[in-house]
Design a protein around this ligand. Structure first.
Ligand code: AKB
Length: 318
């Protein structure tokens, strides 16, 4: 049976991934670690939980050694908008956290999952059908840490044989957890606004087109990649993956099919707009499909239907 450590376990991906892994592998075999231990009661109550700072080398190594972990999902990181506000801290957390995890993995022979992002691309990258292997010159500190992370994971695989694997996630949409400081957060906020105020002021322009994915697909992709046959992987660390690609206007129109009196207006945040405008509109994810069978389940219509149902229940229950 696998022994898994999840860092950033109380974050946007971690909160859901940890519970799915506990279901699949047994609660005692999935160790959750997070900086903010008070932001979840579900995780500490359902299995082993540690409050740690990923920049602290010793505490990561201690957990890996004590629990004899063989796999690490390293999710702890600052997202794009908050990283732009605190660039030095973003470099410190995103890069030193990763190297600590890679070092612990080298010493204890763990496999590592590292989430990269559409943020690893920049304005010089082809924006449509962005190839798997292409120019990467991001202009944000978040993107710089993601490209560096991809390269560092490649290096640990080639130099030390650490089984590192990763995905370039698009904007992620979850009915359970609010995102914290990303440039694609509008695609979650809009549902709460639609169901409560029937109106949303969007911080990106109507025509800003970006790749997106519903969280069940994002979790399935991470687990599927980590379980893929090593011999079929040619890219390993930074697979383009997408499930849908839309603009705020298109998302609003889809919501209006369910809530006809919903309205949207645009109050553009120049920082998040500049970040989003530097990212691809639609990635080519054929390498992920060919090498390990990536196949999303949710398109725009299915995601909107499910989000509205689930968030309505959440709002009703307070
Ligand atoms: C962000 O907006 O920072 C993230 C991402 C696309 O990586 N959602």
């Amino acid at each position: 049976m696998k022994k898994i450590l999840v860092t950033g376990a109380t974050g946007q991906i971690g909160s859901e991934l940890t519970l799915v892994l506990r279901d699949q592998y047994g609660a005692e075999n999935v160790i959750a670690a997070a900086y903010n231990r008070r932001s979840s009661t579900e995780l500490p109550e359902s299995g082993p939980f540690y409050g740690i700072d990923v920049r602290d080398t010793d505490s990561i190594e201690q957990i890996v050694a004590d629990h004899r972990c063989d796999t690490i999902f390293h999710l702890a990181a600052l997202l794009s908008a908050v990283a732009e506000d605190r660039p030095q801290e973003a470099w410190d957390i995103n890069m030193n956290g990763l190297i600590n995890v890679l070092e612990a993995s080298r010493k204890h022979r763990c496999s590592v999952f590292f989430p990269s992002s559409i943020g690893a691309f920049g304005p010089g990258t082809p924006a449509n059908d962005t190839p798997q292997d292409t120019m990467q010159r991001p202009t944000t500190i978040y993107g710089i840490t993601k490209v560096s992370g991809e390269l560092l994971c490649d290096y640990y695989y080639r130099r030390f044989g650490v089984d590192t694997r990763g995905l370039r996630y698009p904007g992620l949409i979850s009915s359970k957890v609010l995102p914290g400081g990303g440039s694609t957060d509008y695609a979650v906020e809009i549902f709460y606004a639609a169901l409560t105020a029937r109106h949303y002021d969007c911080f990106l322009s109507a025509e800003t087109q970006l790749d997106m994915m519903y969280m069940p697909d994002a979790i399935d992709a991470a687990i599927r990649l980590m379980n893929a046959d090593n011999n079929t992987l040619r890219h390993r660390n930074a697979f383009n993956v997408t499930a849908m690609s839309f603009t705020p206007a298109k998302l609003a129109a889809e919501i209006q099919k369910h809530i006809p009196d919903f309205t949207i207006a645009y109050a553009i945040d120049p920082v998040r707009q500049a970040i989003a405008s530097s990212w691809p509109r639609h990635m080519d994810d054929s390498a992920a499909r060919a090498e390990w069978g990536w196949q999303p389940r949710f398109d725009l219509a299915a995601m909107v239907r499910d989000m509205l149902e689930k968030i309505a229940v959440k709002i009703q229950n307070g």
